[in-house]
Unconditional design. Sequence first.
Length: 94
Amino acid sequence: MVTILLGVCLVSAGFAMAQDTSQINQLIKDMQVTNFGESMKAQNELVNMGDPAVPALRQVIFSDPDSWDRVKALNVLGRIGTDSAITVLLEGLG
C-alpha cells in the first residue's frame, strides 16, 4: 500500500513539473510579444511562479537576439528577487 502511494506521489510530482515547464515556456513566448498588455500579464505570471521560471528566463537573457526581450527577462528576475533569480540577473548584467 505504501509503495503504491509513493508511486502515485512521484508520478503526480513529475506531471506537475512537466505542466509547470509547459506553462513557463508558454509564458516566455507570451512575454516576448509586442502587445504591452499581453507581455505584462505574462511577466506578472512569471513573477508569481518564482524560482521555477528562473532557468527559462536565463535562457532568454543569454540566447534571445532581441534586446527588449532580454530587458523584460531581467526585469522579471529582479521582481522575483530570490537568490537564484538575482544571481542570474547579475550574470546577465555582467
